[in-house]
Design a protein around this ligand. Sequence first.
Ligand code: FAD
Length: 543
Amino acid sequence: MLRLSGLRLPLDHPADAMPAAICARLGIASADLISHAVVRRGNDARRKNAIQLIYTVDVELADEQAVLDRFAKDHDVRPRPDTDYRFVARAPEGWGGKRPVVIGAGPCGLFAGLILAQMGFRPIILDRGKAVRERTKDTWGLWRRAELNPDSNVQFGEGGAGTFSDGKLYCRVKDPRFLGRKVLHEFVAAGAPSDILTEAHPHIGTFRLVTMVESLRRQIEMLGGEYRWQHKVDELELERQDQGTQRLRGLHLSDGSFIEADHVVLAVGHSARPTFEMLHRRGVHIEPKPFSIGVRIEHPQSWIDRARFGQCAGHPVLGAAAYSLAHHCDNGRTVYSFCMCPGGRVVAATSEEGRVVTNGMSQHSRAEFNANSGLVVGIDPERDFPGGPLAGIDLQRHWESLAYQAGGSSYWAPGQKVGDFLAGRPSTGLGEVTPSYKPGVTLTDLSNCLPGFVVDAFREALPVFGRQIANYDHPDAVMTGVETRTSSPIRITRGADYQSLNVAGLYPAGEGAGYAGGILSAAIDGIKVAEAIGLAISAGQAG
Ligand code: FAD
């Protein structure tokens, strides 16, 4: 089997055009093509009146070696890679050792738990939040009634931060072992649409994610794993070792109970601020890391579709158009679009009382009226928050609190039309664009709840983006803020064995630990950490 990449066909090509295109590309007779299967499909919309689909296909040929020899210098013609997942360890039949514990049931903890369970290590998964159906009610409580549950919300509970999201399932991490394929196959087995296996930019959407995490939970439980909801880890039980390092012996929970554990996956996500504070107090090695800050911007999806796809806007194969923008500003800052959600809505994403945070979500159909995206500026510890490992959290809280006040201290988000923002005056009324954030938007001057350099950078970047996507800087486009949870403000540094640099047995993982940014990369990281634990337990090591 060979893998052929970069095969281009016109947007409206007939189904039978594919075999002919493969044969033409490889210079073979049609009789020599035995079979083919699409592995990936993307599009190239740079020329709006000649949009092309770009395929990667696996092909079975009568004489594959001859073709490989002929295309030896062509990187688009290669032997098909082996993408099957293989377990690195297995618990012996009837294994009764000390069970590994996973803190956090987000994508990272979910996949760490799944792999540990599939290897036979019967993990215990703890989460401070609730199972996904109950959690959904609490999350909607904030969106509909402005009632926040600090333990069960858009950040905390089964499925983690990405449950109420666009469910984008792609990432840029290097993945030489194709662990991302393992994740996608597990998602499909749990009810995701099978097109996520072939789309270049797959997404799932919120409602499907809810049923999928339930299905994955059932699998973990059938394999002997166990979930414990509303179990918040408050303290680590540590034992001193030589050379200033410590060893993890167990976990103290907020209800006063204690769990003995030698191997713990710490997959608490980027919003686990009390947990980060506890880790810092206990001397776990933590470093500050860059993250970004900004707002959500909304336009009618039809504007984005027209700008990206021209006359082909609305074509069923293309779906709702996405975009990705970046501009390097004169003040040395970079403005970029983040977590763009076509046909979706802006959501209230705070997990702390008295703060406002924005993010975006959509359903699988991406059929809602507005497109939204984070519009953010990168910040770094040396320049912007030089006060120690947790200074980034203080900074986030500062701007989130100002946003809460600017919104009217009722979980409404402060919002402003782009035209008013560029002119430096508060908004007093809406135009063509209705913001989707619930419970509501208070029109105001957003520059009061953003750092000055972010305001300056936005004022420079918006007109530039307007030249790339028509109407991006339309005066009626709406911005709501603040977007502060783009990634973790810290890294809980680990060594080559995936354990904390100075606490043996603690395996920091996923987005909160600074090792992932998004659902897929967090899930991949969960697999890697589970494998490290499987190997450590199998080798009979203490950690
Ligand atoms: P999380 O998903 O944050 O999970 C951490 C879990 O740990 C939570 O369930 C929490 O309750 C639990 N926890 C925290 N502290 C404790 C404690 N002390 N004790 C016990 N449990 C604890 N990414 C994408 O790739 N595509 C998208 O479309 C996308 N959209 C998003 C939309 C929204 C609204 C949000 C908020 C995020 C979105 N993301 C998206 C980002 C993505 O959700 C995260 O990158 C991902 O969830 C990180 O996974 P994680 O498992 O590392 O952490």
